[in-house]
Design a protein around this ligand. Structure first.
Ligand code: ATP
Length: 361
């Protein structure tokens, strides 16, 4: 069922927590609302759920304005970060409780509980109490309870945040499967860009109460519209430079120059003398000993840190002017204090006008 959020704003006293937010979710789509802590995500979700009455704007479901409809009559289910299962009820009773006061024959009620426990692979825990379940099982029980009444929209507010990494990834895959099987229109809220990218058909990125980008996860990652989106979906990894020449693109940093031949500098923002912010995702950088550079553009620097994170090394290279770049490297890391060249393919460079903060290529 299509969900429409239209010009939503909300103030807590003086603070404008949500500032003119509009987006829609198509029937059956899974959209992730993603952004750093405090950017207003929960306030948006609570407005859709009906727990917050927005200061301005409107929420529409099935084409109807539901802004003033009470939460229980909206056809919306929510799973929160914290467990809200009733401890004195069994798992089965909790799921049945999700069906509320709906007029459903007892046999059908039974069937719905059994089907939804089956859906979340919890059929064998029906008689257990929440305290007897693991953290992941409790999340599944909450999902079953939320889905049992066949909501038009499922809201998931940071449902994975309290879980350890292995369990988080497992449950993330489960949520993807369950959402596909049920086809329920879903808004998934998270501050974790990896969870968002792994799950969502589409991302809506918020910062400071506003939407700053939206689109397919891969498109936003590969063509971030602003330095914030580049850093948020990847990792902060940028340097400033002055454009010496636009074609071939030649950048100056301090007393060094970087020629980025092959870069498509067809945007008007890339003009001689302009200052640009350059971003390269860490996985697109490679660190080489001086003298072994290829034809790829590169910047010289000194290794300041090598972090062994198991499946890769994170190599931090100081490139002068107080700026660092991090390269993710799977093998043969350099040593701290090595002088190196940090190289990247020309088409992996993201260029932003420093003043306007907008992508220029
Ligand atoms: P988090 O992930 O930390 O919950 P969020 O992106 O979900 O962050 P919100 O919880 O919507 O953001 O909060 C947005 C802003 O509104 C924050 O600055 C927060 O301090 C403020 N805020 C949220 N709830 C209230 C409240 N009940 N009263 C006053 N201010 C609030």
């Amino acid at each position: 069922m299509r969900l429409e959020i239209d010009a939503l704003s909300h103030r807590y006293g003086e603070e404008l927590a949500v500032d003119d937010v509009s987006f829609g979710i198509e029937a059956g789509e899974l959209v992730a609302l993603v952004g750093p802590s405090g950017c207003g995500k929960t306030t948006v979700v609570q407005s859709v759920a009906g727990h917050v009455r927005p200061t301005a704007g409107r929420i529409a479901l099935r084409g109807e304005d539901v802004t003033d409809v009470p939460p229980e009559a909206r056809g919306v289910s929510v799973v929160f970060q914290r467990s809200t299962l009733y401890p004195h009820m069994t798992v089965g009773e909790n799921v049945a409780y999700g069906l509320g006061a709906q007029d459903i024959a007892p046999a059908r009620r039974e069937e719905l509980v059994a089907d939804h426990l089956e859906l979340v692979s919890l059929a064998d825990q029906r008689a257990a109490r929440p305290a007897e379940l693991s953290g992941g099982q409790r999340r599944r029980a909450e999902l079953a309870r939320a889905l049992a009444p066949s909501p038009d929209v499922l809201l998931l507010d940071e449902p994975l945040s309290a879980l350890d990494r292995t369990l988080r990834i497992q449950l993330r895959d489960e949520i993807a499967r369950i959402q596909r099987e049920t086809g329920v229109t879903t808004l998934f809220v998270t501050h974790d860009q990896e969870d968002a990218m792994a799950l969502a058909d589409r991302l809506v990125v918020m910062n400071g109460g506003r939407i700053v980008a939206s689109g397919r996860p891969r498109d936003l990652y590969e063509s971030p519209p602003t330095p914030f989106v580049a850093s948020f979906l990847g990792r902060a990894n940028a340097f400033d430079a002055t454009v010496l020449d636009a074609d071939p693109l030649t950048l100056r940093r301090g007393d060094g120059t970087v020629e980025v031949s092959g870069f498509k500098a067809d945007a008007p923002g890339v003009s001689e003398g302009s200052t640009v912010t350059c971003h390269v995702h860490p996985g697109d950088l490679s660190v080489r000993p001086i003298g072994t550079e290829t034809t790829d553009p590169s910047i010289r620097g000194t290794v300041t840190r090598v972090a062994d994170v198991g499946r890769r090394y994170d190599v931090t290279v100081g490139i002068g002017a107080g700026e660092d770049l991090v390269a993710e490297q799977v093998s043969s890391p350099p040593a701290v204090d090595d002088d190196v060249a940090v190289a990247f393919p020309a088409d992996r460079l993201h260029l932003f006008d420093r003043e306007a903060g907008r992508r220029v290529s």
